[in-house]
Each structure stands twice: as structure tokens, then as C-alpha cells.
Design a protein. Structure first.
Length: 202
């Protein structure tokens, strides 16, 4: 919950204080820093030579030849889909397990073999991360793209302002217009998706 300004804090708009805006900006910066740090750790893990060597050791004989073509990439992706299983929307499952993502970022890359052999589903983010590492180990020209979605700077202040407008007894029609115009995510609601990953093979 946003702190309430005291003293001579100046209010703007619908009762939003300077302290509210400062808090929202600090929250945005902290969230963005966290996302950038995680993206860096993922990238560093994917370029680890031990992880790359492990993934290369799993390739069938003769698979590594002729991959720098659309047909070769298709063959590689088909094998990868058979080796690893990922599900859209299994983020909650991975979060509940607590250890799945940490095993990918920990100091035990051989856990990848265990995950693949057991058929444990991974998230699409983790699948892109592993596939990027595999392509890099094969010497393919590949990019790792992370789309960061930090909490908006205006999220906290706007959410609090909306609550104050509702509490002030504005007319129903005006409340609907304001809500439709200013679509924001309440800090007390579900957190927005942190990022999306993409392994881009050129």
C-alpha cells in the first residue's frame, strides 16, 4: 500500500501526493532492476560452457551437421520438442514447485538431463532459454530476447487515485468513463508478467 504523505505534501489531481508519485517511481525502478538482473543471469547461464557441452552430448549422432539452414533448424527444433516438454500456462505450476526454475539457474547443469528424461514440463521461458544455449553451443547465429514488463510508473498513484474517486461518491457514469480511460493494474491484484523470452535464430 502506498504511504500517506504528511505535513505540507502537495497534492495533485485527485488527491495524489508527491510522496505517492515518488513511491510509484521507486517501485518501477526496483522492479525494472530486478528484471534486468534476472535477464542477465539467464543469459550468463545459457552461455555457460558446461551447459553447452551437456546439451551437445544429448544430440543424436549426425544431428549437428547442416544445421545452418532453415531445414536444419527445423530438424533441430523437432528433436528439441521431443526431448523437452513445455506447456503454455504452466508458470503457476513451476512457481509452486519452487525448484524447477532454480535448477536451471543453479550450479547443477546435469539436472537438465533429469528434467528431459522424466518428462517434467518446463515453462516456455525456460524452453527458449535452453534452446538458445543449444544453438549457441552449436555455433549458430542466435539472439536471446527478453521482453521486460516492469510495473508502470503511474500504476500505484493511479490506482490510489481511482480508489479515492470511488470513495468520494462520484456519479456512476463518470466513474465508468474514468475507469475506461485509465486502465491500470492495481498493486493488490495479480502481478503483471515479468518478461517473455525468445530464442531468435538467424
Amino acid at each position: 500500500e502506498l504511504p500517506t504523505a504528511t505535513g505540507n505534501g502537495q497534492r495533485r489531481g485527485f488527491g495524489v501526493t508527491n510522496a505517492d508519485r515518488s513511491y510509484a517511481l521507486a517501485l518501477h525502478r526496483a522492479h525494472l532492476t530486478t528484471l534486468l538482473t534476472r535477464a542477465f543471469l539467464v543469459y550468463k547461464w545459457a552461455l555457460d560452457s558446461v551447459v553447452g557441452a551437456l546439451l551437445l552430448s544429448e544430440l543424436p549422432a549426425g544431428m549437428s551437421g547442416g544445421l545452418a539452414t532453415p531445414g536444419g533448424i527445423q530438424r533441430l527444433l523437432k528433436w528439441f520438442q521431443q526431448r523437452y516438454h513445455w506447456l503454455d500456462g504452466c508458470e503457476d505450476q513451476a512457481r509452486d514447485q519452487g525448484s524447477l526454475a532454480s535448477r536451471l539457474h543453479g550450479s547443477h547443469p546435469d539436472a537438465l538431463s533429469t528434467i528431459a528424461a522424466s518428462g517434467t514440463p518446463i515453462t516456455v521461458h525456460e524452453a527458449a532459454q535452453i534452446f538458445f544455449s543449444l544453438c549457441h553451443a552449436l555455433g549458430l547465429s542466435v539472439r536471446y530476447v527478453a521482453l521486460l514488463e516492469p510495473i508502470a510508473v503511474r500504476t500505484g498513484a493511479s490506482s490510489r487515485a481511482k480508489k479515492r474517486r470511488r470513495d468520494s461518491g462520484l456519479g456512476e457514469g463518470k466513474r465508468e468513463r474514468e475507469t475506461g480511460r485509465d486502465r491500470v493494474t492495481d498493486l493488490t491484484g495479480p502481478s503483471p508478467p515479468a518478461k517473455r523470452f525468445l530464442a531468435w535464430v538467424e
